[in-house]
Ligand binder design. Structure first.
Ligand code: FES
Length: 115
């Protein structure tokens, strides 16, 4: 999973301070392509507007595509595990769908897709 915390402890003569920092938004998420046996990392800050299709292109995979804007449905693939969200964050999916449009969604957790 892409959630992680870092604990920072500072110690001085007068006090002990403990900080807990959420690194969840910065941890790379793993995208597994089950049919081609390839994986690539999605970096939430750097790749925030990258779709799963963009990641597949980076990995050298050839996923069918058409409009690249979520209208034609050609890029749909089964989502085996994990959670996704729309690349612009305005169409949240609060459950794990059985299939996704790779041109319009990005990972929210580690995911495996059938591609
Ligand atoms: S390429 Fe048309 S919906 Fe994804």
């Amino acid at each position: 999973m892409g959630f992680s915390f870092e604990i920072i402890i500072t110690w001085s003569f007068l006090s002990l301070e403990v900080y807990c920092i959420n690194l969840g938004d910065k941890m790379p998420l793993k995208v597994n392509f089950s049919l081609s046996h390839k994986s690539i990392f999605f970096e939430p800050e750097k790749d925030k507007f990258s779709s799963i299709l963009d990641l597949a292109d980076k990995a050298g995979l050839d996923i069918r595509r058409g409009c690249r804007s979520g209208h034609c449905g050609i890029c749909v693939v089964p989502l085996c595990s994990g959670e996704v969200e729309h690349i612009f964050g305005d169409k949240m999916i609060n459950h794990s769908p059985s299939s996704i449009l790779t041109c319009s969604y990005k990972p929210r957790t580690d995911i495996t897709i059938e591609a």
